[in-house]
Design a binder for this molecule. Structure first.
Ligand SMILES: C[S@@+](CC[C@H](N)C(=O)[O-])C[C@H]1O[C@@H](n2cnc3c(N)ncnc32)[C@H](O)[C@@H]1O
Length: 273
């Protein structure tokens, strides 16, 4: 897979090229990286990439032409390297929220991605209209630039590439089966008067798997009931899952039952519709 990033701060990307899982995956040849600085596609002495917004207002706006020229160069390089035509994405506060399914789809397709990082007040809309396939947001908050968001995309996609993870598998991570992950514990068995749950010490594989499944269901129901609705609607919950959720709703799990488990709640009604 190949990522080409259009950015005023190429050096920031050392965070993904030079560290951890993404570094190892790159060294294994699972992904390639190139950065394109819009300043290299300017024609004036000051290498100007931004200007004041038409209509007034604070801040500066990234100009269309240096970004478009950088994207063209990135796409040409991808094609010369033998890659099929890929997607051009802009990181943007107003973009489609990034989610696990799309990350996995990009990794499975393996098409190259061009990631365009905004700065300042943002990017000239005409560039977005003319050159971008999709805008992507990593959450409802404002970053100072698209670089951290682009790195989030790269990291999330790369760890899905076959061979990227040395020990773990992405198959049992959060969202893979529509639920959050179960909690994890390691040594010591007792820490500050908190013991590891007995099921995990049983050595009984089926019992451990069931405990993990129930913990995943309970955590998801409590923290992200919206995910339970989707998992149920897409047929990802089996009879024993439903039985456990009903017991949880009746208070067998201790504490207040999450709203999703109350049969009269709006979410439960939506899920059975
Ligand atoms: C300071 S922000 C611009 C914010 C913009 N004026 C607004 O109010 O929505 C500069 C750049 O950071 C990036 N950015 C900021 N927050 C982001 C987010 N949550 N997801 C993706 N990109 C983001 C975008 O590329 C954006 O053009």
């Amino acid at each position: 897979m190949r990522f080409d990033v259009v950015t005023l701060f190429p050096e920031m990307f050392a965070a993904v090229t030079d560290h951890g899982i993404t570094r190892r995956a790159r060294e294994l040849g699972l992904w390639q990286f190139a950065a394109w600085n819009p300043r290299d596609f300017t024609s004036d002495r000051h290498r100007t990439v931004d200007d004041r917004p038409f209509g007034g207002g604070p801040g500066m706006v990234l100009m269309a032409e240096p970004l478009a020229a950088a994207v063209d160069a990135a796409r040409a390089a991808q094609s010369q390297a033998g890659f099929a035509s890929g997607l051009v994405l802009a990181l943007a506060t107003g973009g489609r929220p990034l989610a696990d399914a799309r990350v996995r789809a990009w990794a499975a397709e393996g098409r190259p991605l061009v990631l365009v990082c905004g700065r300042y007040e943002g990017i000239d809309q005409r560039f977005l209209d003319a050159c971008i396939d999709e805008e992507v947001s990593i959450g409802d908050f404002v970053l100072s630039g698209g670089e951290l968001a682009a790195m989030a995309v790269i990291d999330a996609v790369v760890r899905q590439l076959p061979g990227a993870l040395k020990f773990e598998s992405t198959a049992d991570e959060s969202f893979a089966d529509g639920l959050l992950d179960a909690p994890h514990y390691t040594r010591p068995e007792n820490w500050r008067e908190r013991a590891v749950p007995a099921a995990l010490l049983s050595g009984h594989h089926a019992q451990i798997e069931r405990w993990r499944r129930e913990q995943a269901l309970a955590q998801t129901a409590e923290r992200r009931p919206d995910l339970v609705v989707v998992a149920r609607a897409s047929g990802r919950l089996d009879d024993s899952d439903e039985k456990f959720l009903r017991r949880l709703a009746q208070g067998a799990g201790g504490g207040k039952p999450p709203a999703i488990l109350n049969p009269s709640s709006a979410a439960a009604t939506a899920s059975s519709a």
